[in-house]
Design a protein around this ligand. Structure first.
Ligand code: ADP
Ligand code: TRP
Length: 321
């Protein structure tokens, strides 16, 4: 029996942080390792183009994200690792979907509403974001899409668009995908207690150096809002429990009530134990970037084969072939 198809993507918008990892990327690795799926992991560079409009930065971010994927243990022999812009079927299908998706429907997207609240002169790419994402997913007969909580609605858009297309053109062209969202992962807090996010400058990079870890952890706000329960620093604890089982962690914190420096030092050690092997693998991969570029090229060829077949079926269904 053939394996179920898993697909996910990440935007190359800068160094991933531990919020990205525990909120979204960890499940890529876990599900890939389970060996239950044929996996596609891609670099959503055309989605990132809404934000990164600089040649050198885009190039560097793409390469970095490819290295990140590999350093996390995604094996390019087994998984197809590629970048979105290399497979033109994504943007072509996105246009076809544009013709069946309505504006009021896209206006209901949370991401659009948030972007619009910040900037009324929102670009068309941001508005159309869920349509391109639907194309990304539907081209590969994807069964499951592991994503962070905030992407759930986008996967629902992909489901709706698949159903609508199949219905209009009276053919079962697209499979209906399911999201996979990690249960119990609350938003990972940043060093200032707000959601960890690149845009808040409160992150701990996933591949941080030890110095970066020390600096970030020492900077964690311990008393903002005065809500540490019983002298336990809430922000430090919330981050720590990502790296250590709570049943081991709680007694340690309870034995060190009020001693914030000690809890921070323990957290630094636990983060470093986790990050060190990732960091070392990343450093190794960085030595041979030509090989990384070769991996992306090979992945694009493999993805292209699958995507172009689906696009032909779509073109037949709509009557242009
Ligand atoms: P950022 O806010 O740093 O720009 P992104 O919006 O690029 O992060 O997020 C990429 C993915 O990582 C999303 O799917 C999101 O669910 C997840 N993610 C980002 N920040 C966090 C966080 N603080 N806690 C949990 N998940 C997060
Ligand atoms: N929108 C996703 C994010 O910001 C990235 C993405 C683009 C994606 N296309 C996708 C994720 C397709 C899963 C499937 O994290």
């Amino acid at each position: 029996m053939s394996k179920k198809i898993l697909l996910s993507g990440v935007k190359p918008t800068g160094r991933p942080h531990i919020g990205n990892y525990f909120g979204a990327m960890k499940q890529f690795v876990d599900l890939f390792r389970s060996d239950d799926y044929q996996c596609y992991f891609f670099i959503a560079d055309y989605h990132a183009l809404n934000l990164i409009q600089n040649e050198a930065e885009m190039k560097q971010n793409i390469l970095n994200l490819a290295i990140d994927y590999l350093a996390l243990g995604l094996d390019p022999e087994k998984a197809v690792i590629f970048k979105q812009s290399d497979v033109s079927a994504h943007t072509e299908l996105s246009w076809i979907f544009d013709t069946i998706v309505t504006m009021p429907y896209l206006m209901r997207a949370h991401a659009y509403k948030d972007a619009e609240a910040k900037n009324r002169e929102i670009n068309v790419g941001t508005f159309n974001y869920p349509v391109l994402m639907a194309a990304d997913i539907l081209l590969y007969d994807t069964d499951v899409v592991p994503v962070g909580q905030d992407q759930k609605q986008h996967v629902e858009y992909a489901r709706d668009i698949a159903l609508k297309f199949n219905n209009i053109f009276k053919k079962e062209i697209f499979k209906i995908p399911e999201p996979i969202i990690l249960p119990n992962v609350a938003t990972v807090p940043g060093t200032d207690g707000r959601k960890m996010s690149k845009s808040y400058n409160n992150t701990i990079p996933l591949f941080a150096t030890r110095e970066e870890i020390v600096k970030a952890v020492m900077g964690i706000v311990t008393d903002s809002g005065g809500t540490p329960t019983n002298g336990i620093p809430a922000n430090v604890y919330a981050m720590h429990k990502l790296f250590k089982d709570e049943k081991d962690l709680k007694p340690i914190y309870e034995a060190n009530i009020g001693k914030y420096k000690i809890s921070k030092e323990m957290l630094i050690e636990d983060i470093d134990v986790f990050v060190r092997p990732l960091r070392e693998r990343r450093a190794e991969l960085t030595k041979d970037t030509d090989k990384v570029i070769e991996i992306l090229k090979d992945g694009a060829e493999r993805a292209e084969k699958v995507a172009s077949k689906k696009l032909i079926a779509v073109k037949e269904a709509i009557g242009v072939l």
